[in-house]
Design a protein around this ligand. Sequence first.
Ligand code: GLP
Length: 245
Amino acid sequence: MLHVNLIIAKDPAEVGKLAADIFQDIVNAKPDCVLGLATGSTPLPLYRELIEREKAGKINFSQVRSANLDEYKGLSGDHPQSYRYFMQENLFNHISIDPANTIVPDGLAEDADAMCAAYERKIEAMGGVDIQLLGIGHDGHIGFNEPCDHFPVTTHEVELEEITREANKRFFNSIDEVPTAAYTMGIGTVMAARKVLLLATGKDKAEIVKQSFFGPVTPMVPASILQFHGNVTVIVDEAAASLIK
Ligand code: GLP
């Protein structure tokens, strides 16, 4: 039996619309809800949709709070490839959310452990995440939780796998500029969210979607743990669903 609610959409634009419907319902029901947000190219149609919907008066972000999944170690928030910058450019600058109510791990933290512990406390103080948005890496990583021999629980520093650096180098001038480490919410942080929404689009995600939701739960495929979360929706486009029978 499949333990997640799986929705197959036509294309990335439709994935964005269906995901926006879920966000809209949550924000309308709880105007000061906490959104767990993600970067990458997959959530972009969703973010564009949310911007349009606020302009159209269908959703209001003025009281919403947010906590992002991850950040590159060593990049400041005004570095164009930092995830803080990504969020400002692709969402926050275009909606009514108060920047003071948005948190992203601090890539320049001098004391990494203290920053990570403080990040967990900040999420707790917000009352926990109402909906955690996720993309998925080709190796099954969620946030930057890479395949390993266990499921890391809380926000922590992680060395990035070469496959991940390669996948993300398209945003940098060269592979040498891609940071080798990052900070990410832990698998436990993600699993504590009241609802999880994972999006995957494109043929190159088909194999990992199959492994994550139709294979064994293993820390070697970090996203597979979501099979144990009681409230997960996975929205994929037809290309990403192509290996699912
Ligand atoms: C990065 C991010 C992940 C994201 C993944 C997939 O590594 N840390 O949060 O899910 O990339 O990105 P994309 O959506 O561009 O395929």
